[in-house]
Design a protein around this ligand. Structure first.
Ligand code: NOJ
Length: 453
């Protein structure tokens, strides 16, 4: 096992003055107010209402009520000395039916959030799409319908035109690998569809949207700093046997290369994952160029690593994950292995693409079972997790690799998709009954760290 470099002691200065520090959230996970002031239903509103889809039947309708509590939460960001706030725009707050008429209340809400951030000296970093497709569009085929490219362009144009005068840092999409894989192949996320015939067109259309969104922002937003974000996990073979090594290569292609490579003009990694070869069926003339965009930065989101072995019986990839639980390694509440060198390895892997200009860690964090004791939440495991991952970010930076910022996932405990409210990722504890916030020790630690202590 690789060293976790416990000898590197981190402090903010070591990352340099231009390094950005932030915290990330997503609209659907925090806002609540699921049908307030004209908001339409998203695929997640509909999926979560179905029986058995969300652990414990947890209901996202109120969540942390950011829609009403945003001032208080942005005040907390400021109090914790956090410079950048990454949040996403709910498509159906702005376009309740996905296309057509704009809901002014939705525009007003994001204007208020953006303006309040700026008044507090907090930099808004906006993600256009963080998984909450309008349900009305899903009824027309959602991500499998090529028309989604036009629907998405119209939505991105509205965001750019309404917010681009004040928002300069943009991310077109969040983790396309997860919303297509979990939502259109495995069926465990909204909209709950399965199989390659849904997955392949969803992948291709998501790639076209990412690039199209980049071009729209470039055209409409002066001085825009444009990125898009990817989930990634460091993949290692279970043994040195060639079969496992090859299996690990296939999983790496699927988890870490599938979306970045077409955007960089390298095409889909069809050689490694032969199941992808039919993706060309969804191509139209000119797509090879339309898939590309020269992003200013790439958001790398990392939590863990995966150990992979050959598996004859697993369709399409012929590989399976050796669960962290079975490996006797430290785990988070998501049953993900705590493995700090993973973030270093992913920074390194993305640095291998010379076309990438800049890399930000746009998410990293951990869920642990926090407890409120005497009005306080002491979460030493999260503090240790964050410190040890940051040491690895610094290790990468010290080796001269590109890495220009770090955002913690996440500000407040929130709705963790199909896992409901059970995994608490926040550096601020939320009592979902009373909406009371308590800054955890990890929040205080981050504040101190960012102060330069
Ligand atoms: C990935 C996603 O972007 C975010 O929505 C999710 O809550 C975290 N990682 C943790 O799973």
């Amino acid at each position: 096992m690789e060293s976790t470099s416990q000898d590197i002691r981190i402090n903010k200065k070591l990352f340099g003055d231009n390094f950005k520090w932030g915290v990330s959230v997503a609209a659907f996970q925090i806002e609540g107010a699921c049908d307030a002031e004209g908001k339409g239903a998203s695929i997640w509103d509909v999926f979560a209402a179905k029986k058995g889809k969300i652990l414990n039947g947890d209901d996202p309708a109120i969540s942390c009520d950011f829609y009403n509590q945003y001032k208080q939460d942005i005040d907390l960001i400021k109090q914790l000395n956090i410079q950048c706030f990454r949040f996403s725009i709910s498509w159906t707050r702005i376009l309740p039916n996905g296309t057509g008429e704009v809901n002014q209340a939705g525009i007003d809400f994001y204007n208020s959030v953006i303006n309040y951030c700026l008044e507090q000296g907090v930099e808004p970093w906006v993600t256009i799409y963080h998984w909450d497709l309008p349900h009305a569009l899903e009824l027309k085929g959602g991500w499998t319908n090529r028309d989604v490219v036009e629907w998405f362009k119209a939505f991105a144009t509205i965001c750019a035109k309404n917010f681009g005068d004040r928002v300069k840092n943009w991310m077109v999409m969040n983790e396309p690998g997860v919303f297509t894989g979990a939502g259109y192949f495995l069926g465990i996320h909204a909209p709950g569809r399965t199989g390659l015939r849904n997955f392949l067109p969803a992948i291709h259309h998501a790639v076209l949207c990412m690039a199209a969104g980049g071009r729209i922002l470039r055209d409409l937003v002066k001085d825009a700093h444009i990125g898009t974000t990817f989930s990634c996990s460091y993949v290692e073979p279970h043994t040195d046997k060639q079969k496992d090594v090859n299996a690990a290569k296939r999983v790496d292609a699927l988890l870490n290369r599938l979306f970045i490579e077409p955007v960089l003009g390298l095409g889909y990694p069809v050689h490694e994952v032969s199941a992808l070869k039919d993706i060309e069926k969804y191509f139209q003339p000119g797509d090879k160029d339309l898939m590309k965009f020269d992003f200013d930065f790439i958001g790398v989101q990392n939590y863990t690593r995966e150990i992979v072995k050959n598996s004859f019986f697993t369709p399409y990839v012929g590989a399976s994950l050796v669960k962290a639980e079975k490996r006797g390694v430290p785990l988070t509440n998501m049953k993900w292995e705590v493995y700090p060198p993973s973030i270093y390895q992913m920074i390194k892997q993305f640095n291998n693409y010379p076309q990438i200009k800049s890399i930000y860690i746009t998410e990293n964090g951990a869920a642990f079972p926090d407890q409120v004791t005497d009005g306080m939440v002491d979460d030493p495991k999260r503090v240790e997790y964050l410190k040890s991952y940051l040491e690895q970010v610094l290790r990468a930076k010290n080796e001269g690799l590109k890495v220009d910022g770090y955002f913690i996932w996440t500000l407040t405990d929130n709705f963790e998709w199909a896992e409901g409210y059970h995994p608490r990722f926040g550096i601020i504890h939320v009592d979902f009954e009373t909406q009371q916030r308590i800054v955890k020790s990890s929040g205080h630690w981050y504040a101190d760290f960012l102060k330069g202590n």
